[in-house]
Design a protein around this ligand. Structure first.
Ligand SMILES: Nc1nc2c(ncn2[C@@H]2O[C@H](COP(=O)(O)OP(=O)(O)OP(=O)(O)O)[C@@H](O)[C@H]2O)c(=O)[nH]1
Length: 303
């Protein structure tokens, strides 16, 4: 007897909760879940069913998991999101906003005779872990200075978008862009001003291009843009307008001084080229021609 009480006391002291739920979706018991940063007290659930407490779709899904676990006779794992506002009767004493949970559902064995089959539904709040994962994914794919996609993202995106556009018989423009005489910007105004100029150029790309276009900072003062379902000649017109904008709106660098940025670009239809290497090399060769032609210049077509 004392042993049972002791075990219960230990279980109730657990940070993470365990819900005992029967095969009709009724909460039979709630154990543990002491950590109010991650959970509210689930005591209000006892005696109620999933369908009385949760939105129908979620209750259907959870009951499906429970029944699948009981049928298989072994533990299963799932992930789900839930917020306090979705739970009828919730006292809002736990975390606010959408939370992510990992659950381990295990069939309970050796239940007293006459008791409906039940599972132990153990929950772990993984919201912080999810947020960190998302941040790491973002950091791995984005350039720290400008926030644009980085070369790593470009290497992943280009072959995927190329294959997709080729399959759909649509063009995919790849423009390689290199700022002109950028060394002299650093030399004359200093590295911090050079950085600010790179950020401003990135911001212009982000706001000036269409929503589906993807601007990327490949490194240094070299950028790329992927323009889905766009012919190179249309992309060249867009980029020429951007060049005009840079001429018309010099970049203020303090004390009344301004800096006029210019760029050269090589533009190809990547969907018409065999692979990402070929597309990059072709665009780079055209960019080289644009530089040789005097800079502030765009060259498109076959290299
Ligand atoms: N401020 C700043 N400068 C950078 C960064 N990355 C590369 N650069 C500078 O960009 C300059 C690139 O110089 P170059 O490759 O000679 O090219 P350029 O002066 O733009 O000349 P062209 O491309 O031939 O027109 C170098 O001075 C680099 O130091 C950066 O993150 N911040």
């Amino acid at each position: 007897m004392l042993e049972g009480q002791l075990l219960r006391a230990v279980a109730d002291a657990l940070s993470d909760p365990i819900f005992v739920i029967d095969d009709g979706g009724r909460y039979v018991d709630v154990i543990g879940g002491k950590d109010r940063d991650d959970y509210d007290s689930g005591r209000y659930l006892i005696g109620r069913t999933l369908h009385e407490v949760l939105p129908q779709a979620k209750a259907d899904r959870f009951l499906g998991w429970i029944r699948a676990t009981l049928t298989r006779g072994e533990a299963t794992h799932y992930e789900f999101s839930l917020s306090a506002t979705e739970c009828d009767g919730n006292r809002r004493e736990g975390p606010h906003g959408e939370q992510w949970f990992e659950t381990r559902i295990a069939p309970l064995k050796d239940l007293p005779a006459g008791m409906a089959p039940c599972v132990a539904w153990t929950v772990f709040n993984i919201t912080r872990h999810k947020a960190l994962q998302q941040q790491l994914r973002y950091m791995a794919a984005s350039d720290a200075l400008t926030g644009l996609a980085n070369r790593h993202a470009f290497d992943e995106l280009l072959p995927r978008m190329q294959a997709e556009h080729r399959r759909q018989g649509r063009p995919l423009t790849l423009a390689l862009i290199d700022l002109d005489h950028f060394k002299s910007v650093n030399d004359r105004y200093g590295h911090p001003t050079g950085d600010a100029a790179l950020r401003r150029f990135a911001e212009l790309l982000r706001t000036y291009l269409r929503a589906g276009d993807v601007p990327i900072r490949l490194g240094g003062e070299e950028f790329a843009v992927l323009l889905p379902a766009t012919e190179p000649c249309a992309a060249m017109t867009t980029l020429a307008r951007l060049q005009a904008l840079l001429r018309e709106q010099p970049f203020p660098i303090g004390a009344g001084a301004t800096l006029t940025l210019a760029f050269s670009a090589g533009v190809v239809d990547a969907a018409g080229l065999p692979d990402s290497d070929a597309a990059y090399r072709a665009a780079d060769a055209l960019l080289y021609q644009a530089k040789r032609a005097g800079r502030d210049c765009i060259v498109g077509g076959d290299a």
